[in-house]
Design a protein around this ligand. Sequence first.
Ligand SMILES: [Zn+2]
Ligand SMILES: [Zn+2]
Length: 141
Amino acid sequence: MEMVDRLVEKFKEFTRAKGMKVTPQRVAIYRELVSRCDHPSAEDIYEALRSKFAGISLATVYRTLTNLEKVDLATKVATVNGIARFDGNVKPHSHFICNKCGRVIDIDCKVKIDIEKLKEMNLSAEKCELTCYGICDKCQH
Ligand SMILES: [Zn+2]
Ligand SMILES: [Zn+2]
């Protein structure tokens, strides 16, 4: 949990530096996101928080997550069913997405995109990510 506390502190500093309000709801949404590794959707986070925050709405959660993505404190993960899933881990990493249950699992990946090759093609890369699609361990049984 210590790691999560440190991330939340950084988030508060960053939010203040941007001149934005550090509201208990925003902090809770961010904390929830970085505490889990299941790449939750806005609905998942809303479900987890709505008993604690009477006034919270799905729209607020979605807007907060989208804003976190804009300032690089979260990333959006590609999914099979088109529902946006969010990742609080912003370090470059790859994902395995299960075609059956939709689980998004962090994976180690040795394959790298050759940025130099892209430069030769005059393509300026901003973000590279690799996603594997298949059937997860649980769904194989
Ligand atoms: Zn599965
Ligand atoms: Zn991830």
